[in-house]
Design a protein around this ligand. Structure first.
Ligand SMILES: [Zn+2]
Length: 55
């Protein structure tokens, strides 16, 4: 199982994929803080993180 998050901000191509949901969460929070100067709610983070089967 892998976890993937794609940033939904306009014009942002940030995408992270990891086998660790904790790592995805850490990277997404850092991205939102540094690039968008904001924070992401836990519920939004969970909603936008996709679980994908490892190929
Ligand atoms: Zn972004």
């Amino acid at each position: 199982m892998a976890y993937q998050f794609e940033c939904s901000e306009n014009g942002c191509a940030f995408l992270v994929r990891s086998s660790s949901d904790a790592e995805v969460e850490r990277l997404v929070r850092a991205h939102v803080r540094t690039v968008h100067d904001g924070r992401i709610a836990q519920v939004d983070l969970e909603h936008e993180t996709e679980r994908i089967e490892r190929v």
